[in-house]
Design a protein around this ligand. Structure first.
Ligand code: NCD
Ligand code: ZN
Ligand code: ZN
Length: 345
């Protein structure tokens, strides 16, 4: 087995960068590995307009370290009140690739999200017409629905009807976590894809409770069963172009996770391709990594594939206990644990 793996430079189709000093601290990790990333709009306040997206994009571009090239692909945060004219402004701007649907209350900074998708039907219609992609956090939020069942319920109650109502809208079911989601995407019409995170490929929900409660393994949608993890691995390594890379790297200051009410999100940008290499290699499918990481997402979004490459080497390294996070520290995935693949260049 070769000790070097060279692949087309990948893109991250789902990334949280935050803003200000925190953004400046985490951006180099992504920019060293990925050419482009779809930037999530769940800032406080959220990125709801093309103007806000332009300003946020400018701040990100100004923070890219010298010698690296990185292109942020922007998204708008859908609210109940988004005017359809905003969709036209986004399309004209050129740097907005889609709009993100957060069901209100589903996840971190989603309070301003959509309370009922029926309210945004006109906006979705316009997005389909102009070719913007809908990115979806797919979980229902009713208190009565078990946290582990929220994705599956969302498919039946919201996503399947939405996809049928808007037959030409391109939809990315973000950070899928269940066998049900894999099966839904496989059976869906053309124009429906899904991103898969490294944590959902590497861990099942036992990890949250191994020897005690472990807040750094808490993300949304929450880790699921071993059977779900197998279904995700099978989808990611199958060569099916509807499934592609999206880390959902979601940095939170250490003290906000190690807290009586720890927030949701795992930080993975420091090893954003290495963690997938580990998961794919364990599945005996390393040869399928390049297309999942670098081809299928670009093709889905209708963007050119990158022309340069990155090289990974089989050489163990250990992510540190924490990284700088502006005024705070952040605890990365695999902190203090050995990873088998390193980024060479
Ligand atoms: C994300 C965050 O922290 O912004 N958290 C997470 O657990 N994935 C939000 C999200 O992607 O749902
Ligand atoms: Zn989400
Ligand atoms: Zn996310």
């Amino acid at each position: 087995m070769s000790d070097l793996l060279t692949l087309r430079r990948p893109d991250d189709w789902h990334l949280h960068l935050r803003d200000g000093a925190a953004m400046q601290a985490v951006l180099p990790h992504t920019a060293q590995r990925f050419a482009r990333a779809v930037i999530m709009p769940n800032l406080k306040p959220p990125v709801t307009t093309t103007t806000l997206a332009r300003e946020y994009r400018d701040r990100i571009r100004a923070a890219v370290p010298q010698g690296l090239r990185f292109e942020p692909l922007m998204t708008l945060y859908l609210t109940d009140n988004m005017p359809t004219a905003e969709i036209d402004r986004a399309r004209e701007a050129g740097f907005v690739v889609g709009c993100k649907l957060y069901p209100a209350g589903a996840t971190t900074h989603s309070d301003a999200g959509v309370t009922d998708v029926a309210r945004i039907d006109a906006v979705l219609e316009r997005m389909a017409e102009v070719g913007l992609v809908l990115q979806v956090h797919g979980e229902v939020t009713h208190e009565a629905v078990d946290v582990f069942d929220r994705e599956q319920r969302f498919i039946d109650d919201v996503l399947a009807p939405l996809v049928a109502r808007h037959p030409t809208l391109r939809v990315v079911f973000e950070h899928i976590t269940t066998r049900a989601a894999v099966e839904f995407v496989r059976g869906a019409r053309a124009g429906v894809g899904a991103t898969i995170t490294p944590q959902h490929l590497l861990y099942n929900r036992n990890e949250i409770f191994r020897g005690g409660i472990r807040p750094h393994y808490y993300c949304l949608p929450i880790l699921k069963t071993e059977d779900d993890r197998h279904a995700l691995l099978e989808a990611a390594t199958s060569g099916d172009p509807r499934f592609f890379l999206g880390t959902d790297s979601a940095p939170h200051a250490r003290h906000t996770k190690e807290n009586a009410c720890g927030c949701a999100g795992m930080y993975s940008a420091h090893a954003g391709i290495e963690l997938y290499a580990l998961a794919f290699e364990r599945a005996g499918a390393l040869a399928r990594l390049p297309a999942f990481a670098a081809d299928f997402g670009a093709d889905f979004y209708g963007l050119p594939r990158n022309e340069d490459t990155i090289t990974l080497q089989r050489r163990p390294w250990t992510p540190p206990a924490s990284y700088d996070f502006g005024t705070d520290r952040i605890v990365p995935m695999f902190a203090g644990e050995s990873l088998n693949w390193s980024l060479v260049s």
